[in-house]
Design a protein around this ligand. Structure first.
Ligand code: SF4
Length: 212
């Protein structure tokens, strides 16, 4: 589906300015194209201190900046405060993906998104985190609602970006743009899990840029 055939997206409450938390270019590509097609005024907010190591973080961030620049979309490069992320993850090192460590991780990223939105006049926040089928959409949405509820007048947009062909378009955009495709969710613990799975399948280890 190209931009001409997309249905316009209704913004919650009719608000016009969205702060889009992006976890990576691959996940946010579809959201970016959908918002552009609906003439929504939005800014990309990159705050992902979970990504390990820093080379992988820079790779994912720079890929996202490259895509945003093509369309002149404003891009906020927030802190890489990974020390804070590790402090919050303490005691959850062996939790499985989709468990309480991921709730903490979504909370942390969306809390910062909500704070920035509140301080800079955005009425709506959204995130690319829920488009991946590896994520629990309800878990992501609960974290988004919790973050937005900290500030009066701020709304979390719980649109299901996978629906109406969103998942398929997301893959098409990633192929078309030759996005870097990460081999693990982001944190050091997800890298460990990915490598355990790969070892069991007799595959090479994953790492920054796809290799150790
Ligand atoms: S697996 Fe992904 S969502 Fe969960 S804590 Fe790690 S980086 Fe965050």
């Amino acid at each position: 589906m190209n931009t001409a055939t997309r249905k316009p997206l209704p913004l919650p409450g009719g608000h016009g300015k969205v702060l889009l938390h992006s976890c990576c270019a691959t996940c946010s590509g579809e959201l970016i194209e959908a918002m552009r097609a609906s003439a929504i005024d939005f800014t990309i907010f990159f705050y992902n201190p979970n990504i390990h190591p820093v080379q992988e973080y820079e790779l994912r961030k720079n890929e996202n900046i490259r895509f945003a620049r093509q369309f002149g979309i404003a891009f906020v490069d927030a802190d890489y405060d990974s020390d804070n992320w590790f402090a919050r993850a303490r005691g959850m090192e062996h939790e499985p993906e989709r468990g309480i460590r991921c709730t903490m991780c979504f909370d942390m990223r969306l809390e910062r998104t909500a704070l920035y939105a509140h301080e800079h006049g955005f009425a709506v926040i959204a995130t690319s985190l829920g488009i991946s089928r590896w994520k629990n959409l309800q878990q992501v949405n609960d974290c988004g609602q919790r973050a937005a509820s900290r500030y009066p007048g701020l709304t979390y947009w719980d649109h299901n970006w996978r629906k109406d062909g969103g998942s398929a378009r997301s893959i098409e955009i990633a192929r078309r743009e030759h996005f870097y495709r990460q081999e693990y969710c982001g944190c050091i613990y997800s890298l460990r899990e990915a490598n355990a799975r790969r070892a069991a399948q007799g595959r090479e280890r994953a790492g920054p840029g796809g290799k150790d």
